[in-house]
Design a protein around this ligand. Structure first.
Ligand code: DHB
Ligand code: FE
Length: 289
């Protein structure tokens, strides 16, 4: 059967993608950020998954006010990097896994979570920046991402947004879905976006280092408590865009220790850096022991 063996948590910021694409990673501003992902790139090489289930948010790129799915699963064979206004990022196209994605859709919908099934979708920085951070710089034509990716888009842009608890419970349903797939596949689940940031209004530029780190402590060691973080706490403490953090709860909910306390997890890597553009960058890698 297929198994989820690890989860990866990382912020996304379009400027990180631009720094990589424009050869600026060694500049003084960016160097400390990319240094925090050196371990992660090696870890990806040493622990190459068969499939990445990548939870991210679309930023009015594939979707718009015309259509606002709360949870959307990408079932296509491939996904093209989106043009977000400056041309598409020069990164490889994303190869999907239609069979596993369709199986997860069937199983998760039968477990009472209504997913939108997306057979055609471009993917924006929310998905490509985490891939770049974890896999390094790749030639858009000669190289490929290390494995197929199932994009899973969560609406955290246009209200109403889903609660952290619902995301956490959905993660548990995704784990069950993966474990009921016949083929022997090693699956990693990624929760992306966050940490504290606010891009608009009177509090634009808000960063909350203390709250971010306390929340990450809780996500790792007391995930049920993190899942109960009220919506308004994210907005007040982590800024309007800090709500992207609910996506980390999907990946955390999918780890085996949630359903079975006998299973333990270990923290392979943890990193925090302020700022990248307007955002506090948080990152962690969890594995089952
Ligand atoms: C920034 C952060 C985001 O999450 C985003 O989607 C766009 C911009 C920023 O910090 O610049
Ligand atoms: Fe964002």
């Amino acid at each position: 059967m297929a198994r989820i063996t690890a989860s990866v948590f990382t912020s996304h910021v379009p400027a990180i993608g631009a720094a990589m694409d424009l050869g600026k990673t060694h500049e003084a501003y960016w160097q400390p950020l990319f240094a925090g992902y050196e371990f992660s790139k090696q870890w990806m090489k040493d622990n190459k998954p068969d499939v990445i289930f990548l939870v991210y948010n679309d930023h009015a790129t594939a979707f718009s006010l015309d259509l606002i799915p709360t949870f959307a699963i990408g079932t296509a064979a491939e996904f093209t990097p989106a043009d977000e206004g400056w041309g598409p990022r020069p990164v490889p196209k994303v190869i999907g896994h239609p069979e596993l994605a369709s199986h997860i859709a069937q199983s998760v919908i039968q477990q009472d979570f209504d997913l939108t099934i997306v057979n055609k979708m471009d993917v924006d920085h929310g998905l490509t920046v985490p891939l770049s951070l974890m896999c390094g710089e790749l030639d858009p034509v000669k190289d490929a991402w290390p494995c197929p990716v199932i994009p899973f888009a969560v609406n955290v842009v246009q209200y109403p947004v889903p609660s952290g608890r619902r995301c956490f419970n959905l993660g548990q349903a995704i784990r069950k879905a993966v474990e009921s797939y016949d083929e022997n596949l090693n699956v990693h689940i990624w929760g992306t976006g966050g940490m504290s940031h606010q891009l608009q209004g009177a509090r634009a530029g808000l960063i909350n280092r203390e709250w971010d780190n306390a929340w990450l402590d809780q996500l790792i060691a007391h995930p049920e408590a993190a899942a109960d973080t009220p919506h308004m706490d994210y907005v007040r403490e982590a800024g309007s865009e800090g709500i992207e953090l609910v996506m980390w709860l999907i990946a955390r909910g999918a780890m085996a220790d949630i359903a079975d306390p006998a299973r333990k997890i270990s923290v392979k890597h943890r990193f925090y850096h302020v700022p990248a553009s307007n955002t506090a960058v948080g990152h962690a890698i969890l594995e089952h022991v």
